[in-house]
Design a protein around this ligand. Structure first.
Ligand code: ZN
Length: 350
């Protein structure tokens, strides 16, 4: 067989610092000492590397970190899908293989970032009543993009998705520009204090002894799924839901003025809508605190309605964040993640 013949010659002809490895077809590949089948795969072709799942040396399957020896016949096993393993970066030897793996991940991540960024922009535009036609949309964003010095729409989207551009920061100006450019189309939409769409007729709340009544969430205590709640039958506006411990709810209902107006209620098991919640983070004041909060929230894919920070004296800063959460457990998780931020003293729901 051809490879066998070549092997003999090569052993004698080449330096000790390189290894010479054959493909099953007999092509010879020159790799630095310590190279693995991963290096070989990327040397054959970037696509072979990305699609590699394993390797055979001289017909036998070897671990991926196998150190190639001169004369080995190395067969790369591939799959249809491209999916290099991130850990390969540390296993492979050659800089070119390392860089190809890294760049694959950067590119993949980039696609995610672009998609995420687009979605965030759409959502935020909708919320601010910015309605643009398919032709107007790119034109409008491009203007902004040039100002922000991004080369392409995708770069811009990716930056939004990644958090390099913070939408809540640029929205006011964007809205202004929109109003200037498309003044006739202005449609003022107040940012709603509670989600516009609530699940079903009873808004995820079951009211004891009543079906299909109008349910309102009181603004004084903003009940979240999972909270202990109680309903108050209003005159003409259905049932208003409060947290059981809201200051507007009598401690002892039976001794209250109109006890018959207070009704027991509880949450339906699954409430799939986002609920708005405001958190207050008290922390040691430092540069980058607000950025850290933003990054933490954006890592959790939390939608941020507003975010601000103020000095509270004595080196303490108070960050207030109004966000969307999917219920009490989610909120608990968010609070715990925020508590991990360096210098955080307390995180509480307002
Ligand atoms: Zn209340």
């Amino acid at each position: 067989m051809l490879p066998t013949l070549q092997r003999k010659n090569i052993r004698n002809d080449f330096t000790e610092n390189d290894v010479y490895v054959f493909s099953p077809r007999g092509d010879v590949f020159n790799l630095p000492q310590g190279s693995t089948p991963i290096d070989m795969a990327y040397l054959i072709h970037t696509q072979v590397g990305h699609r590699m799942v394993g390797a055979k040396i001289n017909g036998k399957i070897v671990p991926i970190d196998y150190k190639l020896k001169t004369g080995d016949i190395c067969e790369i096993i591939t799959q249809k899908e491209e999916h290099p393993n991130r850990a390969w970066v540390d296993i492979c030897k050659t800089a070119s293989a390392k860089s190809k793996i890294r760049s694959w991940y950067k590119h993949e991540k980039r696609d995610e970032n672009i998609a995420e960024g687009k979605q965030m922009i759409d959502k935020e535009f909708k919320r601010h009543g910015i309605n643009l036609s398919e032709e107007e949309y790119p034109e409008f964003l491009q203007k902004l993009m040039i100002k922000k010095q991004y080369n392409s729409m995708d770069d811009f989207y990716a930056a939004v998705g990644y958090g390099g551009i913070q939408l809540w920061k640029i929205m006011p100006r964007l809205k202004e520009e929109y109003q200037k450019a498309y003044a006739s189309d202005i449609e003022e939409i107040d940012v709603p204090q509670a989600p516009v769409k609530r699940p079903k007729a009873s808004a995820g709340v079951v009211i004891e002894g009543a079906d299909d009544v109008l349910v309102k969430f009181s603004k004084c205590c903003n009940p979240l799924p999972g909270d202990d709640i109680i309903g108050y039958i209003t005159r003409g506006y259905g049932v208003s839901i409060h947290k059981r411990h809201c200051t507007n709810v009598p401690k002892d209902i039976s001794k209250s003025e109109e006890p018959e107006r207070w009704v027991s209620c509880y949450w339906e098991d699954e409430v799939g809508e986002a609920f708005r919640s405001t958190l207050q983070i008290t922390a040691t004041d430092r540069t980058g605190l607000l950025a850290d909060v933003t990054i933490k929230l954006s890592d959790m894919h939390i939608f941020i309605h507003s975010l601000n920070s103020r000095e509270a004296g004595n080196g303490i800063a108070v960050v207030t964040a109004t966000i969307d959460v999917m219920g009490r457990n989610h909120l608990r998780g968010v609070i715990s993640k925020l508590s991990d931020i360096n210098g955080t003293i307390e995180v509480k729901r307002l």
